[in-house]
Design a binder for this molecule. Structure first.
Ligand code: ZN
Length: 258
């Protein structure tokens, strides 16, 4: 697919990178990524994915912008307070790049609606703040055959994991956290506090990993690293990587493979 002169200009700094190039840019334009949770992680992730020219975005959040969000949720301004986050995010995107195809869902993702909300995407980036939703997203991704980038922050500890639980022998997010958290629905930000730049680091790193997934097999930007969980330590600061093994009794991915 040819890239128009206007788009060539817009993405010139990508296209000169050998790790992206024109082929990679075309792959980004074709990509469809769903972002679940338009908060402190989802906001910068959305900005960098839109900036990268990801052509199709599905945005899911049922929350409204409040004044306490502005400290870290970078797409919102004071005039968005009281408005739905999904609507405000679409407004930001419309101003930023009218060529992007954007679908919004002003809904909370649940086990019941997950397939309808994320089923069209080829990659899901989850930046929600509670285990119940994260597990529902993960289980839906396994069932739908869609890879998942799961990103989270607790105080100064961040994590970004890439999961392809629908593939043989690959772990899913549930293999990592187990079944104990399905019933919990805690927003720890309000209780624990959170530093804006910390969630921004995690969100922008998740966006970079999403670009890596999109470019797999099309440009030499490395491997998606399925089953790798990157731990971002904001106090040290530093980063390390764990390998998540598939849980042979996982009720999402192990059962799906049988
Ligand atoms: Zn699993």
């Amino acid at each position: 697919m040819a890239i128009s002169p206007e788009r060539l200009d817009r993405f010139a700094r990508h296209i000169v990178l050998p790790e992206i190039g024109g082929v990679g840019q075309a792959a980004l334009a074709d990509a469809h990524i769903a972002i679940v949770g338009l908060g402190g992680i989802g906001s910068p992730a959305l900005q960098y994915l839109a900036g990268a020219g990801v052509g199709h975005l599905t945005l899911i959040d049922d929350d409204q912008v409040s004044v306490s969000n502005l400290q870290r949720q970078t797409i919102y301004t004071a005039r968005d307070i009281g408005h739905g986050k999904a609507v405000a995010a679409r407004r930001w995107l419309a101003n930023f790049d009218a060529r992007l195809d954007v679908t919004i869902h002003d809904d909370r993702l649940t086990r019941e609606n997950a397939a309808a909300l994320i089923g069209a995407a080829r990659l899901v980036l989850d930046g929600t703040d509670n285990f119940a939703t994260r597990l529902a997203v993960s289980d839906a991704c396994v069932a739908l055959g869609v890879p998942l980038l799961s990103a989270a922050v607790g105080r100064f500890q961040g994590q970004v994991g890439a999961f392809a639980g629908h593939l043989p022998d690959q772990p899913c997010y549930r293999c990592f956290v187990g079944d104990a958290f399905d019933a919990t629905d805690c927003d720890t930000c309000a209780e624990d506090g959170v530093l804006g730049a910390m969630v921004g680091w995690v969100g922008s790193f998740a966006a970079m990993q999403a670009v890596r997934v999109v470019l797999e097999g099309k440009a030499a930007f490395g491997e998606p690293g399925w089953g790798a969980l990157h731990l971002l330590d904001g106090l040290k600061p530093g980063m390390r990587t764990l390998r998540i093994a598939q849980d042979a009794s996982c009720r999402a991915c192990a059962v799906a493979a049988q």
